[in-house]
Design a binder for this molecule. Structure first.
Ligand code: GRF
Length: 222
């Protein structure tokens, strides 16, 4: 196997997606190695989990910087110091500048709690319930300069139940987030895909990570 890709996870809070990525990467044949967890908030609960697993952690408080560029310059210094090749945004609540996003193009992943392009932005579960949709879900995508846009790597759908609240729906979606984010990172780090005209195309000559396996006729089991 080629060298595992040095990966940083950026968080702002709970870090359950971060934990799912860290757990997946414990397997020696997982193609990404989580070597840095970076938070913009010192109180982010995820930091302790990463630290306990021997992963380098850092806090860069965005509030002490004059603007986004200065904040990102500090992050970039740290990312360079750790020779980071891939970044995963896992509940990182800062908007990134187009310059930062372009610098990391094709190497910057985000998890969003909706089936994009539906429900960009915040409060996705409450908005889905208010609209009465019957299917909701989550998306892992490459980050593009516009908010919650960029080539889609993986999605998972869940049924919306009659008695769902935003919290119960969020919990069911979150379970799926923990499946597709590690699978998507494996696909990127393992070089299983290419971006063609804003679409992610998988290289079927290589074995795909199981959670992303799509039959040749594109039909998934119901
Ligand atoms: C997740 O719902 C993710 O989709 C969104 O922010 C939330 C982060 O949760 N971007 P956690 O910190 O990973 O538990």
């Amino acid at each position: 196997m080629s060298a595992r890709k040095r990966t940083a996870i950026l968080i702002s809070g709970r870090g359950s997606n971060m934990s799912a990525l860290i757990e997946a990467a414990r397997s020696p044949d997982y193609p990404a190695d989580i070597v840095l967890v970076l938070s913009n908030r010192a109180e982010a609960q995820g930091l302790a989990y990463a630290r306990e697993r021997g992963i380098a952690t850092a806090v860069i408080d965005h509030k002490i910087y004059a603007g986004r560029e200065e904040f990102e310059k500090s992050m970039q210094v740290l990312l360079d110091l750790h020779h980071i090749e891939i970044i995963c945004l896992a509940g990182f609540l800062r908007v990134l500048t187009p310059a930062f996003v372009q610098h990391w193009e094709g190497r910057l992943l985000n998890i969003h709690p909706s089936l994009l392009p539906a429900y960009r932005g915040l409060d996705t579960h409450a908005r889905a319930l208010a609209d009465g949709v019957k299917i909701h879900g989550c998306t892992v995508h490459f980050v593009a300069p516009a908010l919650d846009e960029g080539p889609i790597i993986a999605q998972a759908a869940v049924a919306v139940l009659d008695d769902d609240t935003p919290d119960t729906l969020a919990a069911r979606v979150l379970t799926q987030e923990h499946v597709i984010f590690p699978a998507a990172l494996a696909a990127v780090a393992g070089g299983h895909l290419q971006i063609k005209d804003n679409r992610v195309v998988f290289d079927h000559a290589k074995p795909e990570p199981p959670a992303l396996r799509v039959p040749a006729d594109g039909m998934l089991d119901p």
